[in-house]
Structures are given as structure tokens and as C-alpha cells.
Design a protein around this ligand. Structure first.
Ligand code: ATP
Length: 282
């Protein structure tokens, strides 16, 4: 089997006393899209930041294409990062630049392209994301879905081996979301891009995943190819897939409401008689 493109080996990370990743080991196969699912605050973005070299593990190792990267300096990380594209949750285009300049920006920063090459490639990439001719538009003139597509074109401008998708479909209606899913699949199928996508959107996960991983509280709960993952008998997996709250959450909510009810009863018992809103001892 091919060496995985990215490997996290026994990675642990804490912020102060809060342990976010617990001895996490995960490898990401080349040319596949792995979808990492999990409740909010479970460490998915922290995991992505380790892959980008933006965070260093407290323990464990991060490997990219056969090279350990968590020990590299910022300078040594530059060529590694140029092989990784990012699609951030909000798209995050530069508002003061046209769509084409946004797409060309990584080429400008990286260097080695003439202005004509940058413009040409930006035009091609915009056409590939289904937005031919929008290069001159400013982000403010684009819809949310179009902005995401421009951001995706920018994410692949340097022909990365890996693209990290952080909530790629958040904030989009189902049709626009599906365009993004299709584009993610096209990048994998036509450009052999390895994808790691973090999402809460099960519909998107089903469309793009070659593999699904469920993280909860910084640990892997399930890791399988989609059909087996979706058929898993594990309660946590089914709760997540079906969007049902788990027993612990339900118990906590029940408890919270019971407290509220008890307080209301207590306060009700002390409440002033009807008709005298200011109380008897005014
Ligand atoms: N730089 C940081 N300093 C302190 N705490 C942090 C930092 N980054 C993340 N955390 C904490 O780590 C935990 C996991 O955060 P993370 O953003 O990875 O969650 P997530 O699974 O991506 O959630 P969501 O799905 O809501 O985006 C959170 O409790 C967060 O507050």
C-alpha cells in the first residue's frame, strides 16, 4: 500500500488544562477524501491546524509525504504549506481584490509566475469551478456559493497535493452545497487531490467521503469506509448520523429544565398575589 500522504501519530494537544486531542493516530490516504465528523468543539479544527503546521503537538508526530513536519521551522514549513490548499469555513476572500486577483494571489505570493501566467491560470481555474467570466467582479458582488467557488479555485491555484476543507458547505442552500460537493469530487477525480474535510453536514459527507472518521472529545470513535460507517451499530455513530442527541445530552437538558421548573415553583410560591404586581410589602 502507498505511504499515506498525511499521518498523525499519537498526537496529543492541550490548551491549559483542557486536553483537546488525546493520543490521536490517523492517516490520510492519497487521492481520497476523508471526512472527519464530530460534534462542535471536539478538536476537528485543531486537528487540521496540526496538519497545516499551525499548531505543534504536545506529544506525538505529524508527517506529510514521508517527512516529519511538526519539528520544522516556519521557514522550512513554507514549501510544505505550498503543497496544501485550504478552504476556510467562511471562504475568506480579500474584499478589496477582484475574484481573479483573489485566485491569482497564492501564485503572486509564491512567485515564479509572470502576470500573464497568473491571469491565465486564474481564468482557467474560475472556469473549472463553473464561474467563467466573473474574474473582474468584486467579492461583494458575488453570492455566498460563488464566493465559496472562488475560494476553492484559490485553494487549488498552486496545484496542491492536499486540500483541507473546513466546513465547505456551511451557510449554503442544498443546491449550492451540492455544487461544492461536486467540485470536491472533481478535484479528487481529475487532479488526484487528497482531501481532508471537516463537516457537520451528513449529506455532504455522504457525497464526498471515501472514508468517514467520527471524532468525539479528541478521540476516534469510528473510522471506516462510508457504507460500513453508516451501517455501524455504534450508538455514538448513529446519534451523530441521525442528528439525535445522545443520552448524556438529553439527561443534561432534562436536568437543566428540572432546575428551572423547581426555581419557577419556588419563585411562584414567593410571588406576590395577583393584582398587586409590586408585592404586598410595597
Ligand atoms: N488556540 C486555542 N487556544 C485555546 N483553546 C483552543 C484553541 N483552539 C481551540 N481551542 C479549544 O479546543 C476545543 C476544540 O476546538 P476545535 O475548534 O478544534 O473544535 P471543532 O471540533 O472544530 O468545533 P466546530 O465543529 O464547532 O468548529 C474547543 O474547546 C476550543 O475552545
Amino acid at each position: 500500500m502507498d505511504l499515506p500522504l498525511v499521518e498523525l501519530k499519537n498526537v496529543s494537544k492541550a490548551f491549559g488544562s483542557q486536553v483537546v486531542l488525546h493520543d490521536l493516530s490517523l492517516s490520510f490516504e492519497r487521492g481520497k477524501t476523508t471526512v472527519v465528523l464530530g460534534p462542535s468543539g471536539t478538536g476537528k479544527s485543531v486537528m487540521l491546524k496540526h496538519v497545516m503546521g499551525l499548531l505543534c503537538p504536545d506529544a506525538g508526530e505529524v508527517w506529510f509525504d514521508g517527512r516529519r513536519i511538526d519539528t520544522l521551522s516556519e521557514r522550512e514549513l513554507v514549501p510544505v504549506r505550498s503543497r496544501i490548499g485550504f478552504l476556510f469555513q467562511m471562504g475568506a476572500l480579500f474584499d478589496s481584490m477582484s475574484a481573479a486577483d483573489n485566485v491569482a494571489f497564492p501564485m503572486l505570493e509564491h512567485g515564479g509566475y509572470t502576470p500573464a501566467q497568473r491571469a491565465d491560470k486564474a481564468e482557467l481555474l474560475l472556469a473549472q469551478v463553473g464561474l467563467p467570466g466573473v474574474g473582474a467582479k468584486m467579492p461583494g458582488e458575488l453570492s455566498g456559493g460563488q464566493k465559496k467557488r472562488v475560494a476553492l479555485a484559490r485553494a487549488v491555484a498552486l496545484d496542491p497535493d492536499l486540500v483541507l476543507y473546513d466546513e465547505p458547505t456551511t451557510g449554503l442552500d442544498p443546491i449550492r452545497a451540492d455544487v461544492i460537493n461536486e467540485l470536491i469530487n472533481a478535484l479528487r477525480d481529475h487532479r488526484q487531490i487528497t482531501g481532508i474535510a471537516v463537516t457537520h453536514d451528513m449529506q455532504s459527507a455522504r457525497r464526498i467521503a471515501d472514508r468517514m472518521v467520527l471524532l468525539a472529545a479528541g478521540r476516534i470513535v469510528a473510522d471506516d469506509e462510508p457504507a460500513a460507517f453508516l451501517a455501524s451499530a455504534d450508538d455514538d455513530v448513529q446519534h451523530f448520523i441521525q442528528g439525535r442527541a445522545g443520552d448524556d445530552d438529553l439527561e443534561a437538558i432534562r436536568h437543566g429544565f428540572e432546575l428551572g421548573d423547581a426555581r419557577a415553583r419556588r419563585e411562584g410560591a414567593l410571588a406576590p398575589p395577583a393584582g398587586d404586581p409590586h408585592g404586598a410589602d410595597r
